[in-house]
Design a binder for this molecule. Structure first.
Ligand SMILES: NC(=O)c1ccc[n+]([C@@H]2O[C@H](COP(=O)([O-])OP(=O)(O)OC[C@H]3O[C@@H](n4cnc5c(N)ncnc54)[C@H](OP(=O)(O)O)[C@@H]3O)[C@@H](O)[C@H]2O)c1
Length: 330
């Protein structure tokens, strides 16, 4: 009988700080799945902006040190703990959360947060589902009350959450407008569900969006950079329109009068604050989208574990997103 491997490579954070605090270690003990948990041999892990905020120590959620970052992994089931009937060794899976951290060769996860990965999607795509698609669904429907027939503007559509939002909104019958900051990004967005795309780096693009939306205005705005765009977003809204604050990296001044006459609203959201029931609904919608074929994650830049610090720098500072950044762990 083969002996169980007992060490692995994993990225560890021993102190909060810049990207240089991400340390790749090679003699980390392999986690053991407890009751209702599974051990996943990770193929890839999504790198999300929140990983960088948590690493810097400035985010509301601070894990106990040392920790391994990363939530959205895809891979193959290696072992199952007691009472796990849904999975067996060798199954292809993706998760929307791990217990031991995803920037590693192996991770344990609660079986309830693990899903079978359809053969329609690659393992790399599996690492691009969790936070982006769950957030997009949560923002559009659970917090944003979006309905078929409404118009949504995905302000920042070329990254992980943006592309997810475009695909979901299109599948649910909304008119979808999106923005990107480069020509390549605009082309990518056009292939992923938008009816019309705009360049958020181009002078006058807001007037173009206003013209496209007509007198009615925009019902839902999915805002990825509220500290830059919120004041302008309020001018684009329909009566009763909603701006969903998905991402923001600083303060901004707005005029409260801009939301009075239209009775429009600004709604914040955090996937980490969603309830168990909401997460269950997100998962069901995501799995249905994969089955139907319209949910097709776009994998962007790929980094090996040795380059994890570079990946964190690029995620925040490089311009021109082209899908979801992932870390290859095998
Ligand atoms: N609230 C939550 O629960 C939650 C969950 C997930 C993510 N987020 C946040 O949502 C944001 C997006 O996440 P992500 O994973 O999609 O990141 P990402 O893959 O890095 O994408 C960032 C997006 O922002 C766009 N952007 C850049 N400048 C912009 C501008 N001036 N106006 C509008 N958009 C602009 C980028 O477009 P170009 O590169 O083409 O310019 C790109 O589409 C981040 O701030 C993240 O922290 C929040």
């Amino acid at each position: 009988m083969a002996t169980r491997r007992n060490v692995m490579r994993a990225v560890k954070v021993f102190e909060f700080g810049g990207p240089e605090v991400l340390k790749l270690q090679s003699e980390i003990s392999l986690p053991v799945p407890k009751e209702n948990q599974v051990l996943i041999n990770i193929h890839a892990c999504g790198i999300n902006p929140v990983d960088t905020y948590i690493r810097s120590g400035t985010y509301a959620r601070k894990p106990a040190l040392p920790y391994t970052p990363g939530t959205d992994v895809s891979g193959i089931i290696q072992e199952v703990g007691e009472h796990v009937a849904a999975f067996k060794k060798g199954d292809r899976v993706f998760t929307a959360g791990t217990i031991s951290g995803g920037y590693a060769e192996y991770a344990v996860a609660s079986a309830g947060t693990v899903f079978s990965l359809s053969d329609k999607l690659s393992l790399k795509q599996g690492a691009a589902i969790g936070i982006p698609y769950f957030t997009a669904y949560h923002a559009l429907f659970q917090r944003g009350s979006a309905k078929a027939g409404e118009t949504v503007l995905v302000h920042g559509a070329s990254g992980g959450v943006g592309i997810a939002a475009c695909q979901i909104a299109r599948a649910y019958g909304l008119k979808v407008l999106g923005t990107a900051g480069t020509e390549e990004g605009m082309k990518l967005v056009l292939k992923n569900g938008v009816h019309k795309v705009f360049n958020h780096g181009k002078k006058g693009y807001l007037a173009e969006i206003k013209e496209e939306a007509g007198a009615q205005g925009i019902d839902v705005i999915m805002e990825m950079l509220a500290n830059v765009n919120l004041a302008n977003d309020l001018q684009l809204l329909s009566s009763g329109g909603r701006v969903m604050i998905v991402g923001s990296r600083g303060p901004i001044e707005i005029n409260p009068r801009d939301i009075m006459q239209k009775e429009s609203s600004i709604r914040g959201l955090s996937l980490f604050s969603s309830s168990k029931e909401e997460m269950h609904e997100c998962a069901a919608a995501v799995l249905a989208g994969i089955e139907a074929g319209w949910l097709n994650p776009v994998v962007g830049p790929e980094y090996p574990m040795e380059k994890v610090a570079e990946a964190h720098k690029d995620l925040i500072y490089s311009k021109g997103a082209l899908g979801k950044m992932i870390l290859l762990t095998c």
